[in-house]
Design a protein around this ligand. Structure first.
Ligand code: PEP
Ligand code: MG
Length: 817
């Protein structure tokens, strides 16, 4: 017997139709599957669900698919491409209720697919015939699309008391005049006294009544089609004008985000730090110093002034580093520069020959920056920016320059900002950041996110031309940026901002509650932290645990490693602040790009591919032994897990296990997990599964390694999207290979509410994010239905690009039409 699939935007509608149809059947039941709604209450259709329903309905004799309108048809068509095995499938144009009843009855009698399809398609004949003979027939009710009713021409044939009007417009909606814009049109004309018709001039379809949703949707008006709107009767001209106005507004459909108002290139701006920022532009120009060549006093005075300036800047940078919390390591290089013997010797020599301290310092730093800049290596270029940043900071102090700050509320616009500059920004007055360059995983942006300042990056150099004081509006969650927005755009941004504020308040109020999906699955939302202060913030923000404690904060910015007691004290502080919640302590993740002065390493051409993370600490087992000892002490009285960074090979894990057994025989129960940051590790997850308690996917590194796009390099920022289907497939591999081990995600993508459904759908059960993001992520989880997430994730894995995945996500909750 053939099977039947009902595809509808509404689950309740489909279920009611099936109930009605099965009522008509007697003994013989027919297999009817439903693929309707995104969940029990959310309207939408999903091609993956349709494909699954087809597979489930087919007992070998074929499947008839009945659809309601718009995207239901598109999803059914797409489903045919997604079917894993061949099936005989017929997409049927019948009306869903009448068609389903007829098809069910016919199929239950044993008819084949062709016969059932043809019966279903004729299911409306009876009703049509009956209505045609009805005295109330308006002459239009049964008229098929394309029936040839002539459109009224401007004034032609109109009687004296009738107005007539006609106009032509082009459909600009991306997906044409599908159900949602069609519904908007019908609503717009409700109550209108004129008779309004539409004709699709491109296809020759129509005219049809613009008051009929099904007729308008059936016009098949796609993007770029030219449509004629005509009206007769009272207010005809006004009616046509309304339709033209509506068409110009794309039938009030929300347009794709405007990427910019100027020629910034096809790639930017990129979303970097979520939130809405509206306010006057505050372009930050790089400081120009008037550098004196002669010293102001004796040589010793000059040197003393210089030493004082260095000390001041050291204090400033240390303070910025403290404010930076988990990103404090960013300032490591800056502090080291202030102590760089070679640089200081050069400056001293210059001062001794009668050059001013400012000129000597500027000369030394410029020479060093020029040297590394020439190497055209990304890492080296980053260091050149650091050199320039510290140069300016010391010069500012020496010359008494007040550093340019945002002194009133505004949106900072800059070519790029150093981490120190971002750490200096006061979130109370800086309501947004627009960077001409930069990437969303740069250190500056991580700091902006930690401070809750909305930001877009990679906007293009045109933003540097924006005149100070011009109103700008940015959406750091989407990358939308508008300079000098008009009234309605401004109102749109303000509404969004107000909504976000209200949402944040509500999310914060519920932050201490568990994050449970609509279908009852609890997801742990953890905190990424790197200090006791952040542990306190994590607790306040409702963290279920600390999913990633970056222990680097203890090791950077000093000339010797912290001893066991110091480490124990720091970890105990974190455990205490989290009041009994589990803390996941990651062993030292430095090396390569983050060198430690007391761990000499060979220079590496590709530090990110070099001796970092577990590779380094296994080379220096005493470092690891001490850290594990400290962790073991804390674990005696607190729930603690150990997390190993950059694991690539099972032997690394086994070596740490052995070290643990030798060092801490009493801590046999200590939970051990590995970071999944290397694509090969993701691909062979199953090989690790029996040896770990959990996996934590570090999508920041996994993305850069999978896509060969360095995380700090703005030139490849567009490529480095963790929602790239290639990266999602790696996450999928981890979830499938993990066996009984838990799977967490602790990279930045876990804090992207748009990505959460996909991560959960792939099988991730813990998300670890910066403390300020916890309430939002918990709230996002509470809106989700895991079964829908699974469908979305399955669909995302089939996509070809990250943009396609993001489009599917943004359409998922409003997929009508
Ligand atoms: C990651 O790589 O995603 C991660 C969380 O580690 P880090 O950002 O500290 O390298
Ligand atoms: Mg990492």
């Amino acid at each position: 017997m053939i099977g039947i699939v009902v595809v509808s935007h509404s689950f309740s509608l489909a279920r009611a139709a099936v109930e009605l149809a099965t009522e008509m059947l007697h003994d013989q039941q027919v297999r009817i599957e439903i693929a309707a709604g995104l969940d029990a209450t959310t309207l939408g259709t999903d091609a993956v669900a349709v494909a699954q329903a087809i597979a489930a309905a087919d007992s070998g004799d074929g499947v008839l698919v009945l659809m309601d309108l718009g995207s239901a048809v598109l999803s059914a068509e797409l489903a045919l491409d997604l079917l894993a095995a061949p099936h005989r499938v017929r997409l049927c144009g019948a009306a869903i209720v009448e068609g389903l009843i007829t098809a069910s009855v016919c199929a239950s009698g044993g008819a084949g697919l062709d016969e059932v399809a043809s019966e279903a398609e004729n299911a409306l004949l009876g009703k049509r015939t009956q209505l045609r003979s009805s005295p109330t027939d308006s002459g239009e009710a049964g008229e098929p699309v394309g029936g040839g009713e002539p459109a009224s021409e401007g004034g032609g044939g109109a009687s004296d008391d009738l107005e007539a009007a006609v106009a032509v417009f082009t459909v600009e909606n991306e997906h044409g005049l599908h159900a949602r814009p069609a519904a908007r049109l019908v609503t717009e004309l409700r109550g209108c006294r004129a008779k309004v018709r539409l004709r699709n001039l491109t296809t020759g379809t129509g005219p049809v009544s613009a008051a009929s949703l099904s007729r308008v949707a059936a016009l098949g008006a796609l993007a770029g089609h030219r449509l004629e709107v005509s009206a007769t009767g009272l207010d005809a001209q006004a009616a046509v004008a309304r339709v033209i106005g509506l068409a110009a507004r794309r039938f009030d459909e929300i347009a794709e985000p405007e990427m910019s108002v100027s020629a910034s290139g096809p790639t930017g701006p990129f979303p970097a730090s979520p939130g809405i920022g509206i306010g006057p532009a505050w372009p930050l120009v790089s400081s120009e110093f008037d550098i004196p060549q002669q010293p102001t006093g004796t040589l010793d005075d000059e040197w003393a002034r210089f030493a004082q300036a260095l000390a001041t800047v050291q204090t400033e940078i240390t303070a910025a580093s403290r404010r930076a919390g988990s990103a404090s390591g960013i300032f490591e290089a800056h502090l080291l520069l202030l102590e760089d013997e070679e640089l200081l010797d050069t400056v001293r020599r210059e001062i001794d020959t009668g050059t001013s301290a400012a000129a000597a310092w500027a000369g030394a730093l410029d020479a060093a920056a020029a040297e590394v800049q020439q190497l055209s290596d990304d890492y080296q270029r980053t260091r050149a920016a650091d050199l320039r940043a510290v140069r300016d900071q010391v010069l500012g102090s020496l010359l008494g320059h007040v550093r340019e700050t945002v002194s009133s509320v505004g949106v900072v616009i800059a070519r790029d900002l150093t981490p120190a500059q971002v750490a200096d920004l006061d979130p109370a007055s800086v309501i947004g950041i627009i960077l001409a360059q930069g990437s969303s995983t740069s250190h500056s942006v991580i700091l902006a996110r930690a401070s809750g300042i909305p930001a877009v990056v990679g906007a293009g150099s045109w933003v540097l031309e924006v005149v100070a004081g011009t109103t700008v509006a940015l959406d750091g969650g989407t990358g939308r940026l508008v300079v000098a927005p008009d009234g309605s755009t401004l109102a749109e941004f303000e509404t969004l901002a107000a909504e976000q504020r209200a949402r944040l308040r509500a999310d914060a109020a519920a932050a201490n509650q568990p994050a449970t999906t609509l279908d009852g699955v609890e997801v742990h939302v953890a905190a990424n932290i790197a200090s006791v202060a952040e542990a306190v913030a994590a607790k306040v923000s409702g963290a279920d645990l600390a999913g990633l404690v970056r222990t680097e904060f203890l090791f950077l910015g000093r000339d010797h490693a912290p001893d066991i007691d110091e480490q124990e004290h720091a970890y105990l502080g974190i455990a205490g602040a989290l009041e009994g919640r589990r803390i996941v302590l990651r062993t030292l993740d430095v090396g390569g790009d983050k060198p430690l002065p007391y761990v000499p390493q060979r220079a590496e051409a590709n530090p990110f591919l070099g001796v970092r993370g577990i590779r380094l600490t296994l080379e220096r087992p005493q470092l690891l032994r001490d850290q594990l000892t400290a962790i073991g002490r804390v674990a005696a009285d607190n729930p603690v897990s150990v997390l190993l960074p950059m694991v690539t090979d099972l032997t690394e894990l086994q070596a740490v296990r052995k070290l643990l057994a030798d060092t801490l025989p009493q801590a046999a129960n200590l939970e051990v997990g590995i970071m999944v940051e290397v694509p090969a590790t993701a691909a062979k997850t199953a090989a690790f599964a029996d040896h770990v308690d959990f996996f934590s996917i570090g999508t920041n590194d996994l993305t850069q390694y999978a896509l060969a796009a360095e995380r700090g390099n703005d030139a490849v920022a567009a490529l480095a999207d963790p929602l790239d289907p290639g990266v999602l497939r790696l996450i999928d591999m981890v979830c499938r290979g993990a066996g009984n081990a838990r799977v967490a995600v602790c990279g930045e993508v876990a804090a992207d509410p748009a990505a959460v459904p996909i991560l959960l759908g792939l099988g991730v059960t813990e998300l670890s994010v910066a403390p300020p993001s916890i309430p939002t992520i918990k709230a996002a989880i509470r809106q989700l239905d895991l079964s829908v997430c699974i469908r979305l994730a399955t669909h995302a894995l089939q996509c070809g690009t990250a943009a396609e995945v993001r489009r599917a996500l943004s359409n998922a909750d409003a997929h009508v039409g």
